[in-house]
Ligand binder design. Structure first.
Ligand code: AMP
Length: 271
């Protein structure tokens, strides 16, 4: 991959890069499509990165379907797909890690997933080194990841433009995720309650409620209707700094994580 990427770079080609953990769905493919519109060359990667999973998380159960994924990416005319092995990514003697600190990892997912964003930052910097892209395509579904990686790119003087792409949803509003496949049919029917909650928050804002506590309360009430859903966090934050917002302004992000049937789901909405 590195040789091909270098050739493109030396030839002055614009390259879009879409990093993924595979088990691809239309949310991932939308990133590819956006990249293809903006760059003559689009590269992708499929790698389930052990560094970003905690010891009690679902690294082992994470869905893997490489052959099907490669077919999907070929259909979307991705030029090359980087599918490194763990040995290739972290060979014996690998000794460096990025550490993300400060307000971007003070709230939302970070306190519940210690080390997660360090793992994400480390793998993405490594993948950027291998693919040398002009633009990096990320989904707004993982909003904290976008904010963190923007900061990493800035802090490390990386020459890549971060492009955040809108959340792609199922017909019933559930944010697409590789983890949705792990829900039972019943869980799958329940899961859209998260988005319905966020929409209730948006409606409360439209009706001129500006106190975050009230808006978050409206969301909580909707989600509490489904006993099988355990909310892990629900926050109103600035989408760039991720600082908690006591008052909702245009552009404030409402973000949540919840467990349903042991599957961890995240979602967010901008109001
Ligand atoms: P993952 O394979 O979960 O690591 O995701 C790879 C990329 O796809 C990340 O930038 C995600 O934010 C993005 N992504 C995942 N699901 C969605 C979705 N439903 N809509 C938009 N982007 C998504």
């Amino acid at each position: 991959m590195q040789d091909y990427a270098r050739k493109l770079r030396r030839g002055g080609k614009q390259v879009g890069f879409v990093p993924t953990m595979g088990a691809l769905h239309p949310g991932h493919l939308e990133l590819v499509r956006i990249s293809r519109k903006q760059n003559p060359f689009t590269l992708a990667s499929i790698y389930v990165n052990p560094l970003q999973f905690g010891p009690k998380e679902d690294f082992k159960q994470y869905p893997r379907q490489l052959a099907a994924d490669l077919r999907l990416l070929a259909r979307e005319k991705v030029r090359a797909v980087f599918t490194p092995s763990d040995k290739e990514m972290y060979p014996e003697g690998f000794s460096s890690r990025l550490q993300v600190t400060g307000p971007l990892v003070a709230g939302l997912c970070a306190p519940f997933r210690p080390g997660h964003f360090n793992g994400v930052a480390t793998v993405v910097v490594k993948l950027l080194g291998a693919t040398l892209p002009t633009r990096l395509y990320l989904g707004q579904k993982d909003a904290q990841q976008v904010a963190v990686l923007r900061q990493v790119v800035k802090d490390m003087n990386l020459e890549v433009q971060v492009v955040a792409c809108p959340i792609v949803r199922e017909w019933d509003g559930l944010a697409m995720s590789s983890r949705n496949a792990r829900l039972s049919p019943k869980g799958r029917r329940i899961a859209p309650i998260l988005y319905q909650g966020l929409l209730a928050g948006k409606i409360a804002v439209k009706r001129s409620e500006s106190k975050s506590s009230k808006v978050l309360g409206a969301i909580r009430r909707v989600i509490a209707g489904e006993k099988k859903v355990q909310l892990q966090y629900l926050e109103a934050v600035d989408p760039v700094t991720l600082a908690p917002a006591r008052l909702i302004r245009p552009g404030t992000m409402l973000a949540l994580a919840a467990h349903l049937e042991k599957v961890r789901l995240i979602d967010n909405i901008i109001v």
